[in-house]
Design a protein around this ligand. Structure first.
Ligand SMILES: [Zn+2]
Length: 282
């Protein structure tokens, strides 16, 4: 198993996280951040299962953003295995859901889109893209539910779903095909990586913010907490107890500033204001 494209940190998620710790995010954005973080945890879990169970000669591409005829589509994970493509849409839903004639109902009765609709769209666009580039690959699409506490009523065998108790069996069935990779597989992987689209500019998707509304001070690189206990060379977070070298904490706080205010000049006054007076004393 070779990972030819790693998953990248979402800049939007990163920005929302920074804002959440230093400003007051409204409910809508806070919910968006929580959903994104939950999705990321599901993807991380899925990635670790791939590493654990997928032993065969395959290429793995995470997080592809592609366009066909003006339609953008995103693929959570794609496995390339000798003329077959396994396409995965990862969902980290939690709790009881019901599959009610095409719609999904949450435990509280809220209707959400059936993820297989999204999967079908992605599959169709990928097939068209492959045709366009003259690749002859079979595409098999799945929706993967990663959360151990997820249960779906009315799921049928025909649904393209994979549930946690089925992961091992699914990957073993790919392993059991005993195929070796061909030149075309590598060529396809390279082509898809080259066709990658940039994520929409994160600044445009973040809520408006102004410097004066930010809580200042050095913050913890792990949880974002602003109560740090400083010693000569290290910092310890009062909230999560994470301990780190002072230098790397300062660097990451500078990076936060650059990320949030890419057009502002970096001056030592600005930075000492951003990170708080505590730094000046050490
Ligand atoms: Zn912390």
């Amino acid at each position: 198993m070779i990972i030819t494209k790693q998953r990248q940190d979402s800049k939007l998620c990163k920005g929302l996280k920074f804002l959440d710790k230093r400003t007051r995010l409204n409910e809508e954005y806070r919910k968006q951040l929580m959903n994104m973080e939950k999705g990321i945890r599901g993807e991380e879990l899925f990635d670790s299962l791939i590493k654990k169970y997928l032993l065969s000669d395959v290429l793995v591409l995470h997080d592809l953003l592609l366009v066909h005829s003006g339609s953008t589509f995103q693929i959570d994970t794609l496995i390339v295995s000798s003329s077959t493509l396994y396409l995965y849409e990862v969902k980290n839903y939690q709790g009881n859901y019901t599959n009610a004639s095409g719609q999904f109902l949450t435990g509280s009765g809220k209707e959400i889109n059936n993820p297989s609709t999204q999967l079908k769209r992605t599959e169709t666009l990928l097939r068209k893209l492959l045709q366009d580039k003259e690749f002859d690959f079979d595409v098999k699409g799945y929706v993967v539910f990663t959360h151990p506490n997820f249960y779906l009523y009315n799921a049928t065998e025909e649904d393209p779903f994979i549930f946690p108790p089925q992961f091992e069996h699914h990957f073993r069935s790919i392993n059991n095909q005993y195929k070796t990779l061909k030149t075309d597989d590598y060529y396809l992987s390279d082509t898809l990586i080259q066709l990658q689209r940039e994520e929409a500019p994160y600044q445009k998707q973040l809520p408006d913010y102004v410097y004066s509304h930010f809580k200042k001070g050095l913050n913890c690189t792990k949880c974002g907490g602003l109560t740090l206990i400083l010693t000569q060379r290290s910092v310890t977070c009062h909230e999560c107890k994470h301990k780190e070298e002072l230098e790397s904490t300062v660097l990451s706080n500078v990076e936060q500033f650059i990320f949030l205010f890419p057009n502002q000049r970096l001056t030592s006054n600005r930075l000492s204001d951003w990170m708080g007076e505590t730094i000046g004393r050490h």
